[in-house]
Design a protein around this ligand. Sequence first.
Ligand SMILES: O=c1ccn([C@H]2C[C@H](O)[C@@H](COP(=O)(O)OP(=O)(O)OP(=O)(O)O)O2)c(=O)[nH]1
Ligand SMILES: [Mg+2]
Length: 162
Amino acid sequence: MASAEEVVEVGIRVLDPEAAVPTYAQPFDAGADLISTSDLELAPGERAVVGTGIALSIPAGWAGFVHPRSGLAARHGLTVVNAPGTIDAGYRGEIKVCLLNTDSSNAITISRGDRIAQLVLQRVGRADFVVTEELDPSVRGDGGYGSTGGVAGWAAIEQEDA
Ligand SMILES: O=c1ccn([C@H]2C[C@H](O)[C@@H](COP(=O)(O)OP(=O)(O)OP(=O)(O)O)O2)c(=O)[nH]1
Ligand SMILES: [Mg+2]
């Protein structure tokens, strides 16, 4: 049986009198919705940094990641420029979202209180970088950027199997 989800305690300051603690829309959702504290309109191709009205104290060993919401992305072309935005455990300022209207012809209107993005909490590690002349060998080696093949999917796999 799958193990239960891990719940981490995160301190929160609600900075805007009308903002609220972020909520998970459904049980087991990974993302808690973040709201906009501003009214704004994004012209096609325009971006803006938008406040969410909250500040957090995330425990060391964890980080928050600001992801776009898929419905707004699919319906309107709204995304997060730096997706996922990284919220460091030590950051105590207001969480802000750098929104981008990717639609080529329609403006997007955002109203105060709209759920504009979602925050995912994840465990994170930090590297102890050890300088070396030779890296451990691996099967992939230095192959990257398409080294395993192009875009062909099923057809290529079927040919290889034949
Ligand atoms: O979508 C985001 C991304 C970042 N931040 C805040 C929290 C994060 O801890 C801090 C720094 O983010 P990042 O390291 O991505 O930005 P930077 O350009 O490297 O700034 P800095 O020099 O402050 O690290 O900005 C947000 O509020 N929203
Ligand atoms: Mg940084």
